[in-house]
Design a protein around this ligand. Structure first.
Ligand code: EPZ
Length: 430
């Protein structure tokens, strides 16, 4: 099982490049199910979840070519024939986002069998709102032996108001609606940039969608969709993680190939914290004197749906808060169990207490190196950030969590001066 060895103390200097967004690429790859033509996606990140999605699509009969190498992060997907429209448990259990094939499968074939996604480390992760929306569009849904089966002759347009804002719920049902008979009006939709990115691909494929990126989306169903070529958005969470890496190490880092317009709430919190930012068109320069300067100030954050402070940046910000002077409160409103990084940070010398959904971080506490355990994707990132400023050499175990959503992060960080290396067999050595 891979580990990272990280020696703290180096300020990060230079330019670090952001890859394509995993959480855009996953729904966009699923969208290829909606047509028999070829769909070409560029700027695909080389991460484990993308490999999992490739296996999932191939298991249903799709042809998937996934090119990596330095020059191209591209995938060609063709679902000419979907011989086995089943998302099997062996694959779904490793990636909850597999539920994103439910909507496109039933829209394209009239039948879908998808293993119910178990929960995961950060929460129960139900998909009841996906199911409710498909039933409103006329799908008959049954459950047996841990599988969901959805059947319909043809989905019908409906008026769907989401009880809760759900990112993949919005994406899944959007993909169902584009081939439905008639108009579908969605209200209380997720406004994340990943939803907008998916809608851009669907529109390029011939779908008729208005309002993506707002809480109200209107879809006119069409009979057929055609292939398209689409470039995936930059990963805003990877960009935010690197901004915090520059801030926490007292560096001067240029985070390149990002979209600053997707990072508004994080940028304002970083500025409140005392970090200096120069925001360009597709890059952000972050400078900080580092914790020892006393420049970092405590701030309070509360995770909200986009455009609020992203839950996927909560753990990373908590690492920074340990280096700020004063008490920061961090409230997690989206998931019920997303504080697993707390005890690991405390083992490194942080002073964090949790009361219900709110963690209080009392800084500044110098961090000491330690052997720590990664528990989920973003908690892992938080531990890397802490290790970059800890005194001595830390060992981070179970970094396969990071490989799900960060492309070659140890190489990228080493490229700007971090002392980090991977031990054990390397995932996806290309
Ligand atoms: C997406 O997950 C992201 N994953 C998550 O990123 C992200 O943390 C999350 O959105 C919130 O921004 C992908 O896009 C692949 P939700 P998703 O449905 O869609 C409840 C990462 O780190 N809910 O918006 O699964 C749910 O329990 C991952 O890259 C229902 O109750 O999240 C949660 O409390 C982690 N019923 C809340 O809604 C449903 O049917 C928001 O979940 C669906 C969701």
């Amino acid at each position: 099982m891979d580990k990272f060895v990280v020696r703290g103390g180096n300020p990060l200097l230079g330019t670090i490049k952001v890859s394509g967004a995993k959480n855009s690429a996953l729904p966009c790859m699923a969208a290829a199910i909606l047509t028999e033509d070829e769909v070409i996606l560029e700027n695909i990140p080389q991460v484990r979840d993308i490999e999992t999605e490739r296996k999932l699509l191939e298991s249903m009969g799709a042809e998937v070519e996934l090119g990596y190498g330095r020059a191209q992060h591209r995938t060609h997907i063709q679902c000419a024939i979907l011989s086995d429209p089943v998302a099997k448990y062996e694959i779904v259990k490793t990636m909850r986002a597999s539920s994103l094939v439910l909507g496109p499968l039933i829209a394209r074939t009239g039948i879908a069998r998808v293993a119910m996604p178990g929960g995961c480390a950060i929460g129960g992760r139900p998909i009841d709102l996906h199911i409710k929306g498909l039933e409103a569009m006329g799908a008959k849904i049954t459950q047996d032996h841990g599988y969901l089966e959805a059947r319909t002759d043809r989905l019908k347009g409906a008026h769907i108001v989401f009880d809760k804002i759900t990112v993949t719920g919005t994406e899944d049902l959007l993909m169902a609606a584009v081939l439905a008979d008639g108009e579908t009006l969605f209200e209380n939709c997720a406004r994340e940039p990943e939803v907008t990115d998916l809608a851009a691909l669907l529109t390029a494929m011939g779908a008729k969608i208005e309002g993506a990126g707002t809480s109200t989306i209107r879809v006119q169903g069409v009979a057929k969709l055609h292939g398209a070529r689409h470039r995936i958005n930059p990963d805003r969470i990877e960009a935010g993680t690197f901004l915090i890496a520059g801030a926490i190490t007292g560096g001067d880092l240029n985070v390149d190939c990002c979209d600053p317009s997707h990072l508004g709430s994080l940028l304002s919190k970083l500025e409140q914290c005392g970090v200096r930012l120069d925001v360009g068109k597709d890059a952000i320069r972050v400078r900080s004197e580092g914790a020892a300067s006393g420049q970092l100030k405590a701030v309070n954050i509360s995770t909200e749906e986009y455009p609020g402070f992203p839950t996927d940046m909560q753990a990373q910000f908590m690492a920074l808060a340990t280096q700020a002077d004063g008490a920061s409160t961090i409230t997690e409103n989206i998931f019920e169990n997303r504080f697993m990084h707390v005890q690991e940070l405390n083992r490194m010398g942080a002073n964090i207490t949790v009361q219900g959904r709110t963690a209080t971080v009392r800084g500044r506490t110098p961090l000491e190196s330690a052997a720590v355990m990664c528990s989920d994707l973003r908690a892992s990132a938080s531990l890397v950030l802490a290790a970059l400023v800890a005194d001595g050499e830390s060992i981070l175990d179970r970094v396969y969590h990071m490989d799900r959503g960060y492309e070659r992060i140890e190489e990228k960080l080493r490229g700007v001066g971090a002392q980090i290396r991977r031990m054990g067999d390397v995932f996806g050595k290309k």
